[in-house]
Design a protein around this ligand. Structure first.
Ligand code: PLP
Ligand code: ZN
Length: 421
């Protein structure tokens, strides 16, 4: 059963048949997938979804493939956690964390978009896949290309974190580091895409790729018992994920699987790369490009492709946009780790930091349901916290040396014994 009938320009509404294209020939607007929601509504039920394997593909009718997925079949269905410790620290009643730091296989939400992109690339008959990336996309394309039998070319700013470089090279890809910012990498990739017949996941395959992000939203709704939180905080780089979480909620409502979407969506960026937040605060709908300078490299996009639509999503939902400094990002990472035992990357530090700020400012009320999006894993961005978490105490393997450091008091010894008994 196929529920996709073509592509449509978001601006002039002109329609195209399904092929690896991403912009309208007439007005250069971005293309979007057209689904037959009436047909999906007749076929898809809560029960049907719940009986399927626990992966993002349980929402297959709302994803743009012709057949079953062939790449990344186990991606998604990551934990949704009811927070105790962080909720207490932030002084709020009902807090949830959606944890894509443990997504499979490369520990970020990007596995969702890449599994759709590469499954679609296979349907189109591509043998070579490529991408421009701020790091996590590189990891995911390299891994899933290896698993899916594609050759891959990956373009990144040359000065990414080691975890992201090694976590790409290990899969045997062709990694090209560009002396320049992500925006320069992306510009080069657009030129390459025009001259080479490759599947650039975030360029010519982008309409298909981006749809994968909706599953982050679908899972939130299902995991909360087919309800959505009143406030959802989302990190923004290119601004695609935030629009797709909103779209996912709206789609579930349209096909009768959600009774209303009372959600306000909040966009989070680093102060050193905040073009979308700046436009929101200025009350304009055009984005002024920036030259990013932040430890949150995964979000460091100065000219976001979906910035305009991200702004629209935030405003339409009645949400807000905010940014945090590098210092606040590190504090956010530590706070999440020390209250919930979750080690997130800098992007998660951004969402935690922004949530804290918005609660303190009274923009997010303390007595309503709040969900923080955790989109990546802290083991990949160790440089950001290298000198911020202290050091281990190094001693010789002698009891007297251990006692000399003065840590274990008599009471701690006894409590420790009680705890282990
Ligand atoms: C790419 C990325 C984002 C943002 O995605 P966009 O859709 O480009 O806004 C958020 N978090 C992490 C960890 C990412 O890698
Ligand atoms: Zn158009």
């Amino acid at each position: 059963m196929n529920y996709v009938s073509g592509l449509r320009c978001r601006e002039c509404k002109r329609e195209y048949s399904i092929s690896p294209i991403h912009v309208c020939e007439f007005c250069f607007g971005p293309l979007e997938i057209i689904y037959d929601y009436e047909k999906i509504k007749k076929s898809l039920t809560h029960k049907k979804i719940e009986e399927r394997p626990k992966s993002m593909w349980r929402y297959q009718e709302l994803l743009p493939l012709n057949g079953d997925p062939t790449v990344g079949t186990n991606v998604g269905f990551t934990p949704l956690i009811r927070s105790e410790g962080l909720a207490r620290a932030l002084g709020v009643r009902e807090l949830y964390l959606k944890n894509d730091a443990v997504n499979h296989p490369t520990l970020s939400f990007k596995d969702r978009v890449v599994s759709v992109a590469l499954s679609k690339a296979k349907e189109f008959g591509f043998r070579i896949v490529a991408c421009a990336s701020t790091g996590n996309l590189a990891n995911s394309v390299a891994a899933l290309a290896a698993a899916g039998g594609f050759k891959s070319y990956i373009f990144v700013p040359y000065d990414l974190e080691q975890g992201k470089i090694l976590g790409t090279l290990i899969y045997g890809t062709n990694l090209i580091g560009i002396r320049g910012s992500y925006d320069e990498v992306n510009r080069l990739c657009s030129e390459i895409a025009e001259n080479y017949g490759w599947a650039f996941v975030n360029i010519n395959i982008r309409p298909f790729y981006a749809e994968g992000s909706k599953t982050f939203g679908f899972e939130i709704a299902e995991q909360l018992g087919w309800k959505v939180p009143q406030h959802v905080i989302v990190p923004m780089a290119g601004g695609s994920l935030i629009t797709k979480i909103w779209k996912g909620f709206k789609e579930l409502e349209a096909i009768g699987l959600l009774d209303g979407v009372p959600t306000k969506i909040y966009g989070a960026q680093a102060s050193g790369s905040n073009p979308i937040v700046a436009a929101f605060k200025a009350g304009v709908d055009w984005i002024k490009p920036q030259r990013p300078q932040t430890i949150a490299k995964s979000l460091a996009i100065g000219n976001p492709a979906d910035g305009y639509y991200a702004l629209k999503t935030i405003r339409e939902s009645g949400g807000w946009a905010e940014d945090v400094t590098d210092g606040e990002i590190v504090e956010g990472m530590k706070l999440l780790a020390q209250t919930e035992g979750i080690f997130t990357e800098t992007a998660g530090g951004v969402t935690v930091g922004v949530t804290k700020k918005l609660i303190e400012q009274g923009i997010i009320p303390r007595d309503e349901s709040i969900l923080i999006s955790i989109t990546g894993n802290g083991l990949k961005t160790q440089e950001a916290i290298q000198d911020q978490v202290g050091r281990p105490l190094i001693i010789d393997a002698k009891l007297s040396d251990f006692e000399k450091i003065g840590a274990p008091k008599q009471r701690e010894r006894e409590n420790g014994i009680q705890a282990t008994l």
